[in-house]
Design a protein around this ligand. Structure first.
Ligand code: CP
Length: 316
């Protein structure tokens, strides 16, 4: 594995989930694998889980880990070629990525979308520029269009809690006061399709995700109907994709409540976190026994450790 920036980079999902499960049962089994190797984590945006779980995963593998908040601590980067750099961008991605490649053995990048420039976001300019110019493997810590490490943790969590081979999994839009990216739902949809689960996507009209990603999934604007007989409810907000980056509705009827959960088959409740209480989901649901969001966040470490282990082994 030379890069992990998309769910599409997974070659064998079953093997990956088995590896993550094994790591979870014995996190320090490969504590020599990363000896004298360095993971560099570059953040253009805030993080709690991704930052800490990725650091922890690297430490469990015996790696060194260095972290930089590029947006506040680094030079502003230029990504266009041929630009006369007479503005406020002090360093070109070509030099930056090659220099970082000398200090590290793997780089992780978090770079959210602009949600204003759809073309630029779709091209994953930041992460793909690092992939192009770096001489070491690159992993996404959440890009403009995907959050693949989250999706591996989600798949591991569903694997642990499912009671049938092909559970009904509902990805439901829920209200939020800010315009949010499509990365988590995109990667989740890809992962559920790869897992061959019974996926239903529920959202109000106008919140259709990229049709190339949702192709083949059942899509409805009737949340109550979608919840019927569901085994897993995965709540997430996203902004409009067609009316790019816009908030079209904040309909409180889409908040996940106990009344809505009653339609399900005693479904587990999932969310990638951070979650806005009583916007996305009520306290009652989030604090219920069926909520597995904390276990889901715990799996971020083991999912990431499985990816780092694969990259280290493949690079030997
Ligand atoms: N789920 C997730 O990526 O959390 P953070 O934004 O806190 O890293």
């Amino acid at each position: 594995m030379k890069k992990f920036t998309s769910v599409d980079d997974i070659i064998d999902l079953e093997e990956l989930i088995l590896s993550a499960k094994k790591i979870k049962s014995d996190p320090f089994e490969n504590s020599e694998l990363g000896k004298n190797k360095t993971l560099g984590l570059l953040f253009f945006n805030s993080s709690l889980r991704t930052r800490l779980s990725t650091q922890k995963a690297s430490l469990n593998l015996g790696m060194n880990c260095i972290v930089m908040n590029l947006n506040t601590e680094g030079w502003s980067l230029e990504f266009e070629n041929g630009t006369v750099m007479d503005g406020n961008k002090a360093e070109h991605i070509k030099e930056a990525s090659q220099v970082i490649s000398q200090y590290c053995d793997i780089i992780g990048i978090r770079s959210f979308p602009t949600l204003t420039d759809k073309e630029n976001d779709e091209q994953e300019q930041v992460i793909n520029s690092f992939v192009k110019y770096a001489t070491i493997p690159v992993i996404s810590l959440e890009g403009a269009t995907e959050h693949p490490l989250q999706a591996v943790a989600d798949a591991l969590t569903i694997q642990e809690y499912k009671t049938k081979r092909k559970p009904k999994v509902v990805l439901t839009w829920a209200p939020h006061p800010k315009a949010l990216p499509h990365a988590v739902p995109n990667s989740f949809v890809k992962m559920m399709k790869l897992s061959e689960y019974d996926l239903v996507i529920a959202h109000p009209k106008g919140y259709e995700l990229n049709p190339e990603i949702t192709k083949g999934a059942t899509i409805t604007d009737n949340q109550d109907e979608a919840f019927k007989n569901a085994d897993f409810i995965y709540a997430k907000n996203w902004s409009s994709y067609n009316d790019y980056g816009k908030i079209l509705s904040n309909d409180a009827n889409w908040t996940v409540t106990s009344e809505k959960m009653a339609f399900t088959k005693n479904a587990k409740f999932m969310h990638c976190l951070p979650v806005r209480r009583n916007m996305i989901v009520t306290d009652e649901v989030l604090d219920s026994e069926n909520s597995i969001v904390i276990q889901q966040a715990n799996n971020r470490t083991f999912a990431t450790q499985a990816i780092l282990k694969k990259i280290l082994e493949d690079g030997k």
